[in-house]
Design a protein around this ligand. Structure first.
Ligand SMILES: [Zn+2]
Ligand SMILES: [Zn+2]
Length: 115
């Protein structure tokens, strides 16, 4: 076995294989472990961890939930520039935790945080 002690599965699940646009309102993510997530833009904006957004619970709408530019930064972060000029930087582990598919919701490896 070439991989030795590397925990390949854990790592792949937090790596993005492919990032697409799903309809007008969501990101489509294919993860390194083959999992698919559909993440609404609003959900991603809502969890923006920056100082300005911290504690804001209001549902983003309009330009605030419309991505203008999306980039992968290295292998660990996703950068989103929104149409209202705001910028969000999320760890891929945080992004993966947003997936609400049946498998993820029931999967103890990716617990849903207190939100
Ligand atoms: Zn923010
Ligand atoms: Zn999922």
């Amino acid at each position: 076995m070439v991989y030795g002690t590397v925990v390949a599965d854990a790592r792949d699940g937090t790596r993005i294989e492919k990032l697409t646009q799903v309809g007008r309102y969501a990101f489509g993510v294919v993860w390194g472990d083959g999992h698919d997530s559909i993440l609404p833009h609003r959900t991603v904006r809502l969890v923006c961890p920056c100082e300005e957004c911290e504690g804001v619970q209001a549902e983003p709408h309009g330009a605030a939930a419309e991505p203008k530019r999306v980039d992968l930064l290295g292998e660990e972060s996703l950068f989103v520039e929104w149409a209202d000029g705001h910028e969000t930087l999320l760890l891929l582990t945080e992004l993966r935790a947003l997936c609400r598919c049946a498998r993820c919701v029931g999967e103890p490896d990716y617990p849903i945080s207190g939100r």
